[in-house]
Design a protein around this ligand. Structure first.
Ligand SMILES: [Zn+2]
Length: 202
């Protein structure tokens, strides 16, 4: 199934997701994230944001639950794109199944994010996990600043990582944290055969 994706559409929907992240109830211990699930024809199938319905909610799972409630089947999801203002989690403290696994098992084959999860609360790695499962993951680094802004109070800790290593709860500075290179988008063909847009990520 052809998918209506373009850099312009990706920016539009990712900005929608970032807008949703601004509705998150504030938290000093979790990121504020917004997510929008867009069907092959550009219809919104689901949306959500962190702590929307329950303090443990993650944006992506709320969006997936809404789509499921609306009857979105795996065939439809396979042609859909999930936009998330932050890389979906590969581990979480609040519930047993991380969002990266929820996305893979839902049948979604394309995810677009604004930035990678820094290892403040849990290790990142959601993008790698999804890619290994055949999901195309695109990063739009020019929207990272907007997505980070709502989380600025959490990211300030990254500037002084050594000072927070004593209590065991602060960020664990990881020199191997993958750096997103703000570079030119490259058009590639995903494993599913869809044209996708990806940024250089390492
Ligand atoms: Zn999550």
């Amino acid at each position: 199934m052809a998918q209506l994706t373009s850099p312009e559409a990706d920016r539009h929907w990712l900005l929608e997701a970032i807008g949703l992240s601004r509705q998150c109830p504030p938290s000093a211990t979790a990121f504020s994230v917004g997510a929008v699930l867009v069907g092959p024809d550009g219809t919104v199938l689901g949306y959500g944001y962190s702590r929307e319905l329950d303090p443990a909610d993650h944006a992506e799972e709320v969006a997936l639950a809404r789509a499921a409630s609306a009857g979105a089947d795996p065939g439809l999801l396979a042609g859909s794109t999930l936009y998330s203002s932050l890389e979906p989690c590969a581990a979480r403290a609040s519930r047993p199944v991380p969002c990266a696994d929820l996305i893979v098992s839902s049948g979604i084959r394309r995810v677009v994010i604004a930035w990678r999860e820094p290892p403040i609360f849990v290790p990142g790695g959601g993008a790698v996990r999804m890619r290994r499962a055949g999901v195309a993951v695109a990063v739009v680094p020019e929207l990272a600043a907007a997505a980070k802004a709502i989380n600025a109070h959490l990211l300030a800790d990254l500037a002084v990582p050594a000072a927070r290593q004593h209590d065991g709860r602060g960020p664990r500075w990881c020199p191997d944290w993958p750096v997103i290179r703000s570079g030119t988008h490259t058009s590639v063909t995903s494993l599913t055969g869809w044209p996708v847009t990806v940024a250089t990520v390492r």
